[in-house]
Design a protein around this ligand. Structure first.
Ligand code: FPP
Length: 254
């Protein structure tokens, strides 16, 4: 369902005309609808995830073209560990496959990949693929691609609280010096700007435990498109929509 007429390249041209000042620095995406996409085709759910991998590739390409600084993708939540074993195995293998296929291109395009979440739970093969892509792209600075894997927003907040408590206990930090800045410095995203725009696909209107602290003032864009059908054009449409909004951060208009 296209809300904005024009091809992907026409929309990209319009984003550029609007000017860099209005461009979101950080776009976060909850990639949803793989299962429904597969079901519509009478196929098993992992088929939808595999098709979703192509959408990841397109969106990363679009993010580089549009000039975003950070793209955050919610690829696997902590709750996803409760899915059937066969689906978890398929998702872990897809992560390995995605990295094996894309690492060269990501490096050449200047993409720095960061993988954020409770990575202790990954299979050894997935963990070594993650180490490879993180290591091989760490000096890039054109786009930062955050892949959230085995991630939960509440767990991230608890982890930050534990890190703060440890510093207080060790005498490195006074309790009265705990501030928003100190808290933020202990999140996985400590060195990233907060997301300006969150896109959720498949029409669902929830945050689903993603980036709870970071999304305090994030603009939301709900796309009806199922993730495997999402691509550059849909990304550009969301960015254009964002560029036409007024952000007030709790203040009144100028
Ligand atoms: C949600 O759709 C999607 C996921 C849980 C996994 C996302 C994974 C990919 C897009 C592919 C791999 C990505 C990388 C980065 C390698 P759902 O299964 O909840 O769909 P449904 O709501 O229609 O059931």
């Amino acid at each position: 369902m296209d809300l904005t007429p024009g091809s992907a390249d026409e929309l990209l041209g319009r984003i550029r005309v609007q000017g860099a000042g209005d461009l979101p620095r950080h776009v976060a995406i909850i990639m949803d609808g793989n299962g429904r996409w597969a079901r519509e085709r009478l196929m098993p759910r992992p088929f939808g995830h595999r098709s979703g991998m192509k959408a990841v590739r397109e969106v990363v390409e679009g993010a580089v073209e549009a000039g975003l600084e950070v793209l955050s993708l919610f690829a696997f939540s902590q709750e996803n560990w409760q899915r059937p074993r066969v689906e978890i195995t398929a998702l872990m293998s897809l992560l390995e496959e995605y990295i094996a296929r894309e690492v060269d291109e990501l490096r050449e395009r200047g993409v720095r990949v960061c993988v954020l979440g409770d990575l202790e739970r990954l299979t050894p093969a997935a963990a070594s693929a993650v180490d490879r892509v993180v290591g091989e792209t760490e000096h890039n600075d054109r786009l930062r691609l955050n892949l959230f894997i085995s991630y939960g927003g509440r767990a991230e907040l608890v982890r930050a609280a534990q890190l703060l408590a440890r510093d207080v206990y060790a005498g490195r930090l006074a309790p009265e010096d705990i501030s928003e800045a100190e808290f933020q410095a202990r999140l996985y995203t400590a060195d990233c700007p907060d997301p300006d725009l969150l896109i959720r696909t498949s029409g669902e209107q929830r945050i689903s435990n993603f980036l709870l602290w970071q999304m305090a003032y994030t603009e939301l864009f709900i796309s009806p498109v199922l993730w495997p059908d999402f691509g550059r054009r849909e990304l550009f449409e969301a960015i254009l929509d964002y560029q036409n909004r007024e952000r007030r951060f709790g203040r009144v208009s100028a």
